[in-house]
Design a protein around this ligand. Structure first.
Ligand code: ATP
Ligand code: MG
Length: 133
C-alpha cells in the first residue's frame, strides 16, 4: 500500500470510469455484483470496475477496444455504438497509461485504467534543515 498523486484530467478520468461502470450495468442482471475500486502499487494507480456478468472471450478481449467493436453477445442489445472502450483507452493513453481487461467467460470481467503515479519534484520532498553556523 502507499499513497501517490495523479496529475490528470479529473473530468476525463471520471468519464472513463463511468463508461466502464455503464458497461458493467449492461452486462449484469439481478443477483450479479458490480464493484468499483482504486489502488496504488509499483508506481501505478489503478481505477478498476469488476462485474460478475458473462465476461468476454479471450479472442475478443483486444478487439473490443477498437471503435465500433462489439461482441456477438453485446450486439444482442440494440443500443450502444461500440465507442465506450475506445474512448476509455484514449483517455488512459493521454495520461501515459493503459487499460487492462481480465476476464474468464462465465466468470465476469475486470477492467482497470492504469496510469503512472507522478513522482514528487525534488523540491517537494522534505529537505533536511540546513543551518549555517
Ligand atoms: N463488462 C463487460 N462484460 C461483457 N462484455 C463487455 C463488457 N464491457 C464491454 N463489453 C463488450 O465490449 C463491447 C464494446 O464495449 P464499448 O463500451 O466499447 O461499446 P458499447 O458498450 O457496445 O457501446 P457504447 O459504449 O458506445 O454505448 C460491448 O459491446 C460488449 O460486447
Ligand atoms: Mg459501453
Amino acid at each position: 500500500m502507499g499513497g501517490g498523486r495523479i496529475v490528470g484530467d479529473r473530468q476525463r478520468l471520471t468519464q472513463a470510469v463511468i463508461q466502464l461502470a455503464q458497461n458493467a450495468t449492461q452486462h449484469t442482471g439481478e443477483g450479479d455484483v458490480i464493484a468499483i475500486g482504486s489502488a496504488i502499487a509499483d508506481g501505478e494507480a489503478r481505477l478498476w470496475v469488476r462485474d460478475s456478468g458473462p465476461g468476454i472471450d479471450e479472442a475478443e478481449q483486444e478487439r473490443i477496444f477498437e471503435r465500433f467493436a462489439r461482441t456477438a453477445a453485446g450486439r444482442r442489445r440494440s443500443e450502444g455504438a461500440g465507442l465506450g472502450l475506445s474512448i476509455v483507452r484514449a483517455i488512459a493513453e493521454a495520461h501515459r497509461g493503459r487499460v487492462e481487461v481480465s476476464s474468464r467467460p462465465g466468470a465476469g470481467a475486470t477492467f482497470a485504467i492504469v496510469v503512472p503515479v507522478d513522482r514528487p519534484e525534488p523540491e517537494q520532498l522534505e529537505q533536511p534543515e540546513v543551518r549555517t553556523p
